[in-house]
Design a protein around this ligand. Structure first.
Ligand code: DAT
Ligand code: MG
Length: 140
């Protein structure tokens, strides 16, 4: 089964949406094979979003992502990567389709409630960013 990395971002955690988002994930047929809550430092957030280091929003995005608790999950399903991106909706909640998580719960392009990997190589890199080899052995 394909795996992807999902994050419930600080805005959604602060709004008390962890339960609703996890319920949706399970209803969509994902198996949650890793789950933890953590609070990224600014340095952690900069490392995770290094691909965006030259973007104008990098500083603000990494401030936001280190502003509170997040919930990090490994999701497994057939076509997990593309299916999770479909359930999340477009990056900008204003453009996200009704019924998507970002349409329902996002409040701006930056505070868009959830993250999802965008390709198999990104998923592999993002999963290993949060889960070290020893932990991964245990959830195979
Ligand atoms: P996605 O999260 O849909 O994969 P992305 O990888 O292009 O989107 O950007 C990563 C995050 O950066 C995104 O979830 C929110 C933030 N972001 C993207 N574009 C932005 C913009 N124009 N202004 C502010 N934040 C932005
Ligand atoms: Mg992305």
């Amino acid at each position: 089964m394909e795996k992807t990395l999902a994050i419930i971002k600080p805005d959604a955690v602060k709004k008390g949406l962890i339960g609703k988002i996890i319920q949706r994930i399970e209803e969509e047929g994902f198996k949650i094979s890793g789950l933890k809550m953590l609070h990224l430092t600014k340095e952690d957030a900069k490392a995770f979003y290094i691909v965006h280091k030259d973007k104008s929003f990098y500083d603000s995005l990494t401030d936001f992502m280190s502003s509170g608790e997040i919930v990090v999950m490994i999701l497994e399903r057939e076509n997990a990567i593309s299916h999770w991106r479909k359930v999340m909706g477009a990056t900008d909640p204003a453009l996200a389709e009704p019924g998507t998580i970002r349409h329902e719960f996002g409040s701006s392009v930056e505070r868009n409630a959830v993250h999802g990997s965008d390709s198999p190589s990104t998923a592999e890199w993002e999963i290993s960013f949060f889960y070290k080899d020893m932990q991964l052995e245990k959830i195979k």
